[in-house]
Design a protein around this ligand. Sequence first.
Ligand SMILES: NC(=O)c1ccc[n+]([C@@H]2O[C@H](COP(=O)([O-])OP(=O)(O)OC[C@H]3O[C@@H](n4cnc5c(N)ncnc54)[C@H](OP(=O)(O)O)[C@@H]3O)[C@@H](O)[C@H]2O)c1
Length: 289
Amino acid sequence: MILITGATGNLGKATINSLLNKGISANNIAALVRDESKSAEFKSKGIQVRIGDYQNFESLKSAFQDVDKLLLISSSSEIAHRFEQHKNVINAARETGVSHIIYTSFDMKDLRRSIMVGDVQYHADTSDYLKQIAVHYTLMDNTLYADMIPIISGNNILDEGISIPAGNGKTPFLPITEMAEAIAVVLTTPGHENKEYVIAADAAFSFAEIADLLSDILGKRVTYYQPEVDSYIARLVQNGFPEDDSAYLARFGEAIARGEFDTNKSDVKQLLGRSPISLKDFLRSIYGK
Ligand SMILES: NC(=O)c1ccc[n+]([C@@H]2O[C@H](COP(=O)([O-])OP(=O)(O)OC[C@H]3O[C@@H](n4cnc5c(N)ncnc54)[C@H](OP(=O)(O)O)[C@@H]3O)[C@@H](O)[C@H]2O)c1
């Protein structure tokens, strides 16, 4: 039995779809959900629904019965609680006999020296914790989702251009569906025990280069502006983001500018047995006419 945590989120749903597309039978897949009202789609597909909250150790222990491989998708709860929640999941998995835990970590040059250290250190802590316990693990070091580009670069890119204080830093953005496919490979094929994979595109792009790709796709010039951090945050707030989330997104811009995501490594082609979809094709699928 393969259990997917964070099943109601973007990456969890995409991973379940990838598993089903690979021919894994729905009754060999379990979805961990904390709110049963979100489970109808899984039930209708024949996927087992297990109720559990990362915050509630006992709920996790009952949810993980008969599970062999477990995908721990990093929590979206308040950052201060994430490591503690991940330890709950890992400890409950160990106690219930799960044989292999796959964790979605984060690909940056050095999580503990990042200017975002307060936001990302829990990934390093969770990865270290997993390496210490006597259960097989695989770390999937995910880069930034390509799906984040529309969220962080302005809500009217086509008319107003891309607007983010990200300098000339490059990021190997990868679509969530491709990350999910790589995870599904690890969940369904042998030989991934105690390995760490970089889940990123082969090529990294700056926002100036993304503006060029969009200009080609749209047949009109898309410009790249670098607003001051304060005005970037103010615009996100104006567009409905909470103040804290806006400042968090601005820190991504700063980390990108410093080249922190440009790690120049990728294991995706090897895992998928093909090149992932190019950033240009992904952008075309979102912005193309
Ligand atoms: N690499 C990137 O660019 C990037 C971008 C954004 C986020 N992330 C990280 O990657 C993770 C997955 O991304 P995503 O887009 O799939 O996020 P998402 O759509 O926000 O999904 C998060 C999932 O975690 C579940 N969850 C949160 N707190 C939980 C708890 N206490 N107990 C049980 N389940 C809990 C949520 O359940 P509910 O549906 O009940 O809320 C949801 O299923 C995020 O959680 C975040 O840590 C990475």
